[in-house]
Design a protein around this ligand. Structure first.
Ligand SMILES: Nc1ncnc2c1ncn2[C@@H]1O[C@H](COP(=O)(O)OP(=O)(O)OP(=O)(O)O)[C@@H](O)[C@H]1O
Ligand SMILES: [Mg+2]
Length: 319
């Protein structure tokens, strides 16, 4: 299988900061790669280099076989990009935005209109298409962004945090679109902060931290490295927390993490849930909340780096 995207030792500096520090990865044609990482990991910087919006400081990247630095114009012909921040013209209607992009891509007026209307229909924006983009909700705007990146029928699509700011239903809809595109043979590189999203969409996942690849594999492989699920219990009465800890330790036979009235413990066997609930009930301890959780991005980080995902964008916060 040939690679639609191939990076070798890609580096990007901003002044003294190395935002991307030697990233190598590949995406076979027709596959979806999830680039996963916390704020400031370098995801957007990688995407911007692949979309020819930023020149690499060192290393190489090929998109559709073309070098992003030396053959940028060829790359632009075959890619679509939905940036992290909305890129449409606020004053224009959704339809006008899409027509404008079609015209910029060299479509005839009539073809640009037809393409715009088909995309509006596809993205449930037929009525909204007549209104200025500034009147759109976050979810509608995100859909318009995605539609805009598809006007040129790209073979390779970059989606930078496509579902950030979407409600759960809009997120599911967007996932459905991405799956459709994949079924049509489009290669997709998407960035996300959510393991769940990468898990739902990606054939393979690359985890970035501080500009470097710290893990790569399928969702199942990463989860296997992170370990199984954990059981979380919150008791109603903080005074009962110590007793609850005893009970959960005894029943699970594992080390329990405690944080006030909140307890968590590894739960490789889901049968632990009813067992713990019965034991707590027998001990007269009331439970406010209880459930199994799959590995989160935080768990991935903890397991891969020995530290949790840094909260927020440290570099930005400090600036
Ligand atoms: N134009 C720029 N000038 C200076 N520093 C930059 C610039 N763009 C990005 N950086 C820095 O590069 C690092 C990586 O940023 P990047 O935007 O690629 O991260 P990200 O993974 O997309 O984060 P987020 O999840 O917040 O979108 C950060 O430390 C950021 O401050
Ligand atoms: Mg980003």
């Amino acid at each position: 299988m040939d690679n639609a995207i191939k990076l070798e030792g890609l580096v990007r500096d901003f002044g003294g900061t190395r935002a991307v520090d030697g990233v190598s990865l590949q995406v076979p044609s027709g596959q979806v790669l999830g680039l996963l990482g916390p704020n400031g990991a370098g995801k957007t910087t990688v995407v911007r280099m692949l979309a020819t919006l930023l020149v690499p400081t060192a290393g190489t990247a090929r998109v559709g076989g073309f070098d992003v630095a030396r053959e940028a114009a060829r790359v632009r012909e075959i890619i679509g990009l939905t940036g992290q921040y909305a890129s449409v013209d606020e004053k224009l209607t959704g339809r006008e935005n899409l027509i404008l992009i079609g015209r910029l891509l060299g479509l005839k007026r009539r073809d640009a209109r037809a393409r715009a209307d088909a995309l509006l229909e596809d993205f449930d924006l037929r009525d909204a298409g007549q209104r200025p983009a500034q009147t759109y909700s976050g979810g509608m705007r995100r859909r318009l962004d995605l539609a805009a990146s598809l006007v040129g029928r790209p073979r390779i699509l970059f989606l930078d945090e496509p579902s950030t700011g979407l409600d759960p239903r809009a997120r599911r809809d967007l996932w459905e679109r991405v799956r459709q595109l994949q079924a049509e043979g489009t290669t997709v590189l998407l960035t996300t902060q959510y393991l769940e999203e990468a898990d739902a969409l990606a054939d393979s996942i690359v985890v970035l931290d501080q500009g470097r690849v710290i893990a790569a594999g399928t969702a199942a492989e990463l989860k296997a490295r992170v370990g199984a699920r954990s059981l979380h219990v919150t008791v109603i009465d903080p005074a009962a927390a110590a007793r609850a800890l005893e009970v959960v330790s005894r029943v699970s036979g594992q080390t329990v993490q405690a944080d006030g009235e909140h307890l968590s413990v590894p739960a490789p066997d889901p049968a632990l849930v009813p067992a713990v609930l019965r034991a707590l009930d027998a001990a007269g301890i009331d439970v406010a909340e209880m459930g199994l959780r799959g590995a989160s991005l935080d768990d991935v980080f903890l397991s891969l780096t020995g530290h949790g995902a840094p909260a927020g964008n440290a570099a930005e916060d400090a600036a």
